[in-house]
Design a protein around this ligand. Structure first.
Ligand code: T1G
Length: 708
């Protein structure tokens, strides 16, 4: 027996324990070990029934995702395929009870459903999250789940990919009994109860498969929902098709259909991209020059300076993580506004079912509004979220330096200003760091953690570790202007405005990027965030602009007219009282006038050019950032763009997308734009170098991880 799967007995009951930390993935050797155990117990007359349980913190959490690359590259040794193992479990003459704790996900749930019974600890989770990897269940999950839970729940779980708690799974019929206390003991007792009785095979249970009339509306609604919520993704539609096959074909035929759909998805670019993102989400937490065992600073009490949109959102982030937090403003009216916004946000979350009222009441108790620094001396971490001006930030950091205890982390939420200069206002630059949240801070997952020259390793390690507790994806970035996300966003937006000035309509630019997969077009994003935000920053840096270099003007001209976007009822688009956008012919006329005055030739522009101009602007700037060391790896940039800027996850992020297109092709296109539009399009040296070497940004990851 491999040490990955152990077989023991307890007075006539076999116990099959999976030991493949950290998540008991079905790595090579685990399916074989399970098959071997099933064979053994069927040859042993003293065994009346079996329990299969995960060692450590969870049941089986799925196939070993690391193995997929071997399958798609054809390297995969013929490991015993999972569906065959599951049939052996199901055909076992001795009933098998699956004992679930932690997360029975993907292949883990499929193993559990091949069992004759399932017991579970309350609060554990079961799910088929495969669509989040761009694939679908590949071991009869789409065939057995409807047989246990019915069609509607099975479609929802397989197409949506979200897990459910075992309490709900018990109601649906996926779990037969919830076990309070010791799971193994309870599972063994359950096994004794059913030993010797006829055990149902899941594949033979057809009573929940419904009728075509009942099912048709369910599948139609599911397809419609997937088209909207998972726009552009192939796996959700494939998952729905596979579940539908369970209602129209025999179990064997349905498994064949599922297998074909699974393989189509597995070999798709979308799946490769989404698996890259799965591992990337975890890779970004690894900082080469900060050892895993770096001492963390406990953060049990927090404080926020500023109760505006960002300050209020950040306050909620700490409260939601269960950390008591002070929120300071300079005047009562601003403080009241801040608290009201927080209450309104929570009310919305309760209405949407995201939080319970009880959860919200508990969180609100953790928030203490204040007009003074009283209590700041107890804070382990203070986050400044004041107006984006250097003088004010330095004044605040000077005050914090005086009131906060030694060792307290002093973080700024600045989105563009120099962390080192802010730190210079204190006597403790080693405790100063940037924590750049994305609006709305209590929703967006991305947190750029900005490393200052003096920032200590303990402070960095603490913030990286804390980001997960705060429900964020923390990505360490360097202290250049705009850090990583906004620095790349600048040329992306610049190109979108240039395209409008050159004759593309506002809606053509936005819809080209929307169809590419961006959550919103760049111009609509500008209207949402406020065109004046960028406009004010550009005015502050106007003196740095190189003479003779073309500058995007239409957006600034709109600002001069007071058209800031949604907040003024008009920007690139017009907005009604519900902020619903409509095209504004006046903007088209104005832009044409401004462009003519500026001598910009008008022309027809294809959606392909729009996408290339905007996305390759991201890639080119990303290449510069990588080379200068302001991002550790290309995948860090991908994770930033997916979690903070609505880049489509099924394209893997801008750098992954460029690798998938091929850097030679990207480089040639960038050269074309350089010839047409001048030095703004000068190819980044790293892009040129990798293109000429036939390499990828992923190759660059492996050799160079910047240190600061
Ligand atoms: N395969 C390989 N490695 C995995 C893994 C998996 N399924 N799940 C996690 N890891 C690694 C992860 O990369 C990290 O590594 C470490 O384990 C801890 O993970 C056949 C085809 C279970 C909820 O999609 O959702 O089954 O960074 O940091 O926060 O039809 O891991 O330490 O080197 O995430 O406690 C379906 C994916 C697969 C589940 C635990 N299953 N995993 O979260 O730990 S496809 C999934 C998770 C499939 C079948 C199909 C989470 C978790 P490192 P972690 P965590």
């Amino acid at each position: 027996m491999s040490d990955l799967v152990q077989l023991t007995t307890d007075n006539g009951i076999a116990i099959i324990t999976i030991n493949n930390p950290p998540v008991n993935a079905l790595s090579p050797g685990v399916p074989e070990g399970i098959a071997e155990s099933i064979e053994k117990i069927n040859q042993d007359p003293s065994i009346q029934a079996a329990v299969l349980i995960g060692g450590g913190r969870t049941f089986i959490a799925g196939a070993d995702i690391k193995e997929f690359g071997k399958i798609t590259s054809g390297k995969n040794a013929g490991t015993l395929d999972l569906p065959t193992v599951l049939l052996r479990i199901e055909d076992s003459r001795k009933p098998v009870v699956m004992a679930i704790h932690g997360t029975a996900f993907g292949g883990g749930l499929e193993v559990a459903m091949a069992g004759h019974y399932r017991v579970a600890t309350p609060g554990a989770q079961v799910g088929q999250p495969e669509v989040k990897l761009g694939i679908i269940p590949g071991a009869a999950g789409t065939q057995r789940l409807p047989r246990l839970a019915g069609i509607a729940a099975a479609v929802e779980m397989c197409a949506g990919g979200n897990p459910i708690k075992t309490e709900e799974a018990a109601k649906l019929g996926i779990v037969d009994r919830l076990i309070e206390g010791d799971l193994l003991k309870g599972a063994i007792a359950f096994a004794r109860e059913i030993a010797g009785k006829s055990a149902p095979k899941t594949r033979d249970r057809n009573e929940k498969l419904g009728t075509p009339e009942q099912n048709a509306p369910i599948f139609a609604a599911a397809r419609d929902a997937a088209r909207k919520k998972q726009r552009g993704m192939m796996a959700p539609q494939a998952a729905i098709e596979a579940v539908e096959a369970a209602t129209k074909q025999s179990f064997e035929e349905g498994c064949k259909t599922e297998r074909e759909l699974f393989m189509d998805c597995l070999f798709s670019d979308q799946s490769k991209a989404m698996i890259h993102v799965f591992f990337g989400d975890r890779e970004v937490a690894k900082i080469p020059d900060i050892p895993k065992e770096t001492q963390l600073i406990p953060v049990n009490r927090a404080a926020v300076v500023g109760a505006g949109t960002m300050g209020g959102g950040i306050t909620m982030v700490f409260a939601n993580a269960g950390i008591p937090v002070l929120m300071k403003e300079t005047d009562q009216a601003a403080l009241d506004r801040g608290m009201n916004n927080i209450r309104k946000n929570y009310e919305t979350s309760v209405k949407r079912g995201r939080f319970t009222q009880q959860f919200v009441d508990e969180r609100l108790k953790l928030i203490t509004p204040t007009l003074t620094y009283d209590g700041f001396e107890n804070a382990d971490m203070v986050t400044e979220a004041a107006f984006e001006g250097m003088a004010l930030k330095k004044q605040i950091f000077g005050e914090l330096d005086r009131v906060c205890k030694p060792g307290a982390i002093l973080a700024s939420n600045t989105s563009t200003l120099n962390i080192d200069e802010i730190a210079s206002a204190t006597s403790r630059p080693q405790n100063v760091i940037g924590t750049h949240y994305f609006s709305p801070a209590n929703v967006m997952r991305l947190l750029e953690i900005v490393r200052g020259k003096a920032t200590s390793k303990e402070v960095i390690a603490t913030c990286m570790n804390l980001s997960k507790k705060l429900g964020k994806v923390g990505v360490l970035v360097g202290n250049c202007r705009g850090f990583v996300g906004n620095r790349m966003f600048h040329p992306y937006v610049r190109e979108s405005v240039f395209l409008v000035e050159e004759g593309a309509s506002v809606e053509a630019v936005d819809s080209a990027l929307y169809d590419f997969g961006m959550a919103m077009g760049p111009l609509a994003v500008g209207d949402l965030a406020g065109l004046d935000v960028g406009w004010r920053i550009r005015k502050e840096y106007r003196h740095l602009e190189k003479p003779g270099i073309r500058v995007a003007m239409a957006g600034d001209n709109l600002c001069e007219m007071g058209r800031y976007g949604q907040k003024t009822g008009a920007g690139w688009y017009k907005y009604d009282e519900n902020r619903r956008a409509t095209n504004d012919p006046e903007v088209a006329t104005l832009v044409k006038k401004w462009a003519t005055e500026a001598g910009i030739k008008q022309r027809q522009i294809s959606p392909e050019e729009i996408v290339d101009r905007c996305v390759y602007a991201l890639v080119n700037e990303g290449a510069r950032i990588l080379e200068e060391g302001y991002a550790l790896r290309a995948v860090d940039i991908d994770i930033i763009y997916i979690n903070g800027y609505g880049f489509p996850v099924y394209r893997g992020g801008p750098m992954w997308y460029a690798d998938a297109v091929g850097l030679k092709k990207v480089y040639d296109r960038v050269r074309e734009f350089e010839q047409q539009h001048g030095e703004l399009w000068e190819p980044a040296p790293l892009l040129k170098q990798l293109a000429e070497q036939g390499k990828t940004f992923a190759d660059f990851n492996k050799q160079h991880t910047a240190t600061a």
